[in-house]
Design a protein. Structure first.
Length: 135
């Protein structure tokens, strides 16, 4: 009994430095409205961004503004089938500079997406047209 060797976990995990996500990411191309969630109705300035990937627990979006980790954002996808009263809350967890003067913000949802909501992102990403997206 005292000679039992420790056994590694049988779950396969990615390298923490390369993939910290706990769920499957889906490449996604959907427009989204977002603003900095200050907890007040005073800030009605909404920006347009684009989603580049999504999972049940998180989202990556391209913005023209720099948001620091810890910033809370209110998100409303612009796509058929989305209930516009359903606003997503997400916390920025990481940021990297994208092409030009854009930023890619990785965010974690305050509440995970339902299976149906995730499928809406995936289905609508096939129809999205970003040729006229101005940030």
């Amino acid at each position: 009994m005292g000679n039992a060797e420790p056994r590694p976990d049988r779950k396969q995990t990615g390298s923490p430095s390369k993939n910290r996500r706990s769920g499957v990411r889906h490449v996604c191309r959907v427009k989204i409205l977002f603003n900095k969630n200050k907890g007040s109705a005073d800030d009605e300035t909404w920006c347009v961004g684009k989603v580049v990937d999504v999972s049940q627990r998180g989202i990556a979006l391209i913005t023209s503004r720099l948001y620091f980790p810890g910033t809370m954002l209110a998100l409303t996808p612009i796509m058929p089938g989305w209930k516009h009263e359903r606003q997503l809350q997400a916390r920025v967890t990481n940021v990297r500079q994208d092409l030009g003067q854009s930023w890619c913000a990785g965010c974690e949802f305050a509440q995970p997406l339902s299976d149906d909501e995730l499928q809406l992102f995936v289905q609508n990403s096939k129809r999205a047209d970003f040729s006229n997206l101005q940030q």
